[in-house]
Write a protein that binds this ligand. Structure first.
Ligand code: NAD
Length: 365
């Protein structure tokens, strides 16, 4: 028969004071840690498929670290309210130790109040028969109104990541309509494309993906993006080697590699009959984690950020650049050589973003 152990006391398998213990004693950390204040993280479109993959990652510490408590704010629209409540129920059932609270709401003001990080996944999808301008118009009005809610109700210095497509232009609209949020705090997700490029190189060279670094995604999160390996390296037993030299096949790197990364989203839809969700959620965690906690020494990542004219990219676009992050701030990596092939690709994707910007503004007027 089991021996009763009073609550709060332990027993163990080792002999101690003449009695046999059946459970190990609790261990205390070598260095006592200070309890951190919870960070409030907003996920819009939380009842959708990326939202469903993303919220447990955040609650498990994948985004902000295993010692960082979080309070999740989840927003969706009224037709998705019941599904959103179901996600909240599952979060409760998962008993995440880091999760200190959940706000699940269809009220944008309640959702945005006090948030330190906002991951904007909610948006209007393109439906059959819809013109590009119609989709743009729906999203421009969503991002205009959510910009005001964030500006008026988020915590000071809130960092914003836009995931919903058209991600760069939604982020630009958000920036324009939240003028008091510093432009350095508004970004869009191109980390999924960056990770896809790392994955393709790792598969081609049969090396660990964690040994590949410093690919770049330039421009728009669309099929005009330019995945660039000209500065990428692989860690080998003989030191870091350039990807281009190791692959030794410029035709592949300048052709199939680029189109595979550009069209990976469509390939996932074809295979899954649904768009990428787990990889998008994971990339959103990577994006925020590196932004907040910093990029490793000697490594850059790709982020869609407000162009300051670096690399002759027109200022005033949200464009994906190579960045390093330190102390919560990103900085565009400067001084990389851009060859003629790359120049054309950088300009082409900038051109598309300028056209999207124009279209977005025409929807506003
Ligand atoms: N940047 C990237 O790398 C990347 C990658 C994959 C997907 N995406 C984009 O992310 C978005 C979400 O993808 P998904 O697969 O989760 O879509 P989904 O349709 O499964 O989910 C979208 C959710 O947003 C909600 N929503 C719609 N309007 C809203 C609003 N005004 N406020 C709050 N919520 C709202 C919907 O009700 C739905 O629950 C899409 O725009 C998709 O194209 C971007």
């Amino acid at each position: 028969m089991a021996e009763d152990v009073p609550r709060g006391q332990t027993s163990g398998l080792t002999k101690s004071s003449g009695t046999q213990r059946r459970f190990p004693l609790p261990c205390s950390p070598a260095i006592p840690t200070m309890a951190k204040e919870p960070v409030r993280v907003l996920v819009t479109g939380a009842a959708g498929q990326i939202g469903y993959a993303l919220v447990p990652m955040i609650a498990r510490g994948v985004m902000l670290g295993a010692d960082q408590p979080v309070i999740l704010h989840m927003l969706d629209i009224p037709p998705a309210a019941e599904a959103l409540n179901g996600v909240k129920m599952e979060l409760v059932d998962a008993a995440f130790p880091l999760l200190k609270g959940v706000v699940a709401t269809t009220d944008v003001v309640e959702a945005c109040t006090g948030v330190n990080i906002a991951v904007m996944v909610g948006g209007f999808p393109r439906k059959e028969g819809m013109e590009r301008k119609d989709v743009m118009s729906k999203n421009v009005s969503i991002y205009k109104s959510q910009a005001s809610a964030l500006e008026n109700h988020a915590a000071a210095n809130c960092k914003v990541l836009v995931v919903a497509n058209p991600a760069n232009t939604n982020a630009l609209i958000l920036k324009e309509f939240a003028p008091s949020i510093p432009e350095k705090n508004i970004s869009c997700l191109t980390r999924l494309d960056h990770n896809r490029a790392l994955g393709q190189v790792s598969e081609r060279l049969n090396v660990q993906v964690s040994d590949v670094k410093n690919v770049i995604i330039w421009g728009n999160h669309s099929s005009t993006q330019y995945p660039d390996v000209n500065h990428a390296t692989v860690k080998t037993p003989a030191g870091e080697k350039p990807v281009r030299g190791l692959v030794g096949d410029d035709a592949w790197l300048n052709g199939e590699f680029i189109t595979t990364v550009q069209q990976r989203g469509a390939a996932i839809i074809k295979a899954r009959k649904l768009s990428s969700a787990l990889s998008a959620a994971s990339a959103a965690c990577d994006h925020i984690r590196d932004w907040v906690l910093g990029t490793p020494e000697g490594t850059w990542v790709s982020m869609g950020v407000y162009s300051d004219g670096s690399y002759n990219v027109p200022a005033g676009l949200i464009y994906s650049f190579p960045v390093t992050c330190c102390a919560g701030e990103w900085k565009i990596v400067q001084g990389l050589h851009i060859d003629e092939f790359s120049r054309k690709k950088l300009d082409l994707t900038a051109q598309e973003l300028s056209e999207e910007k124009e279209l977005a503004y025409s929807c506003l007027s």
